[in-house]
Design a protein around this ligand. Structure first.
Ligand code: MG
Length: 193
C-alpha cells in the first residue's frame, strides 16, 4: 500500500497547475488576480517550433500583454545561448536564461534570488512534463502545461520516451489526459513529497 501511495505522490511531481492547448489561451487577468508577478517561460515547442527562429505576432502580443499586466517575463530555456538570445532580442524579451538544465534547480535558484518574488508569485509555462512541470513542482511554483507546437524535434530519444511513459501513467491514474485541457485552479494544492 505504501508503495502505491509513493507512486501516486511521485506522479504528482508531473502534474501541472493548469493545462492548456497553447500559450494563446492563457488568461493573464486570472494569473494577475491570483497574485502572479513573475512568468517564466520555456521557448522551444512552447512559444516557437524547434525549427523556427523568428517570433510571430502571437508571441509578440503575448509578451507585450504580460508586461502590460505588470508582470515580469523571463525566458527560461534549456537551449544554447545563441538561439535563446536571438529569439529574446527579436521578441523584445528583456530577461532570458539559456542552458537552464531543467529539471535541475540551479538556474531556478538564481532566478528566485534575482527577482525576489515569493514562490506563490511565480509560474512557469512549458510543454514538457519531465523538464518544465517537474522543475516547477520541485521549486514549489505553479505551472502551465501547453501542448508542444511540434512533436518531431531534436529532443533526445530518452527524454521523449520518458515523456510518453509519464503521460501514460498520469492518464492511467486519472491525473491528466493528453488533449483534455483543464483551466485548473492556480490556488489548488495537491500533495507532493
Ligand atoms: Mg519545450
Amino acid at each position: 500500500m505504501a508503495n502505491k501511495k509513493n507512486t501516486f505522490l511521485l506522479l504528482n511531481y508531473f502534474k501541472p497547475s493548469i493545462y492548456l492547448e497553447s500559450f494563446k489561451k492563457i488568461n493573464l487577468d486570472s494569473l494577475k488576480n491570483s497574485g502572479i508577478k513573475l512568468v517564466l517561460c520555456d521557448m522551444d515547442n512552447t512559444l516557437i517550433g524547434w525549427n523556427e527562429r523568428i517570433p510571430n505576432l502571437d508571441i509578440l502580443n503575448f509578451i507585450k500583454n504580460v508586461y502590460a499586466h505588470n508582470m515580469e517575463f523571463v525566458l527560461f530555456s534549456n537551449n544554447v545561448k545563441s538561439r535563446v538570445e536571438n529569439f529574446a532580442k527579436k521578441a523584445g524579451i528583456k530577461n532570458y536564461f539559456w542552458d537552464c538544465k531543467k529539471p535541475l534547480l540551479g538556474k531556478m535558484k538564481i532566478v528566485k534570488k534575482l527577482f525576489k518574488y515569493k514562490e506563490n508569485e511565480i509560474i512557469l509555462i512549458g510543454d514538457q512534463l519531465v523538464t518544465d512541470v517537474l522543475v516547477a513542482n520541485r521549486s514549489h511554483i505553479k505551472s502551465i502545461l501547453v501542448s508542444p507546437l511540434s512533436r518531431n524535434n531534436q529532443e533526445n530519444k530518452i527524454v521523449q520516451f520518458l515523456e510518453n511513459h509519464i503521460l501514460k501513467k498520469l492518464s492511467q491514474k486519472n491525473i491528466l489526459h493528453e488533449g483534455f485541457y483543464n483551466e485548473g485552479e492556480i490556488g489548488g494544492n495537491y500533495e507532493i513529497l
